[in-house]
Design a protein around this ligand. Structure first.
Ligand code: PGA
Length: 259
């Protein structure tokens, strides 16, 4: 069986205007594209700009190996949903991946598991790669409920997903207390949660699919700590917020030691 490729994904959140986005992509391409063939052997690189920047970024990425992702989307293809963006719209710009259920969507915009699940199903229906985010809050962590919370979000997020649809789904474990705080979970903590996530996937979808599925980590990943995380066998990459906004730091993260 093919070894899993690491996925290094940048989540730009609500940052940058087109001129800054183009400069960031140009900087990244200068750093990454020349090593593209080597990097592509064991990793994929993705950026997720804000929706309104997707056309500009798609253009700036023409001919690059860097993949284009979105930070969110609606589950319907079209209709009276003011302010929303659909999978066909994203796909028309070459978006292949979509981050769903990010903790900021869950906690600031109150997205429930049922809604996130509909979005995951919609992404799969459109042959996009859903990056399903799960993670416990500080309180849940302190009270020893991290694993229960993560597995509940996982089970609900994957509700109704058949075996044949499973391989493309990526799970991003992002403890809320580690996002944007400068506090990372230790590689050992992450490995143990990832192992439990893979265990659930194994029970539901079998060994082959469980070992093909990628589980990435997010929460204050930076150029200094990325090696210790993504060199672990069960940490299949990183979802990077703040440190993805500068070409040099994100390029360094992309070059992480993977074993
Ligand atoms: P951070 O964000 O790297 O700034 O902590 C990660 C994320 O929210 O995906």
């Amino acid at each position: 069986m093919e070894p899993r490729k690491k996925l290094i994904a940048g989540n730009w959140k609500m940052h940058l205007v087109p001129v800054e986005a183009r400069a960031l992509i140009a900087g990244l391409r200068a750093e990454i594209d020349r090593d593209a063939a080597t990097l592509a052997k064991d990793r994929e690189v993705m950026v997720a700009p804000p929706g309104v920047l997707i056309p500009a970024v798609a253009q700036a990425l023409a001919g690059s190996s860097i993949l284009l992702g979105a930070q969110n989307m609606h589950y319907e293809d079209k209709g009276a949903f003011t302010g929303e963006v659909s999978a066909p719209m994203l796909k028309s710009y070459g978006v292949t991946h979509v981050i769903l259920g990010h903790s900021e969507r869950r906690h600031i915009f109150h997205e429930p598991d049922e809604l996130i699940n509909k979005k995951v199903l919609a992404a799969l229906r459109h042959r996009m790669v859903p990056i399903l985010c799960v993670g416990e809050t500080q309180d849940e962590h302190d009270s020893g409920n991290a694993l229960a919370v993560v597995l509940r979000q996982l089970e609900r997020g994957l509700e109704g997903i058949g075996e044949d649809q499973m391989p493309p789904v990526v799970v991003a474990y992002e403890p809320v207390w580690a996002i944007g705080t400068g506090r990372t979970a230790t590689p050992e903590q992450v490995e143990s949660i990832h192992g439990a996530i893979r265990g659930v996937i194994l029970e539901r979808y079998g060994r082959e699919r469980a070992s093909a599925m990628r589980i990435i980590y997010g929460g204050s990943v930076n150029a200094e700590n990325v090696d210790s995380l993504v060199s672990k066998p069960d940490i299949d990459g990183a979802l990077v917020g703040g440190a993805s906004l500068k070409a040099d730091s994100f390029a360094r993260i992309v070059r992480a030691r993977t074993r």
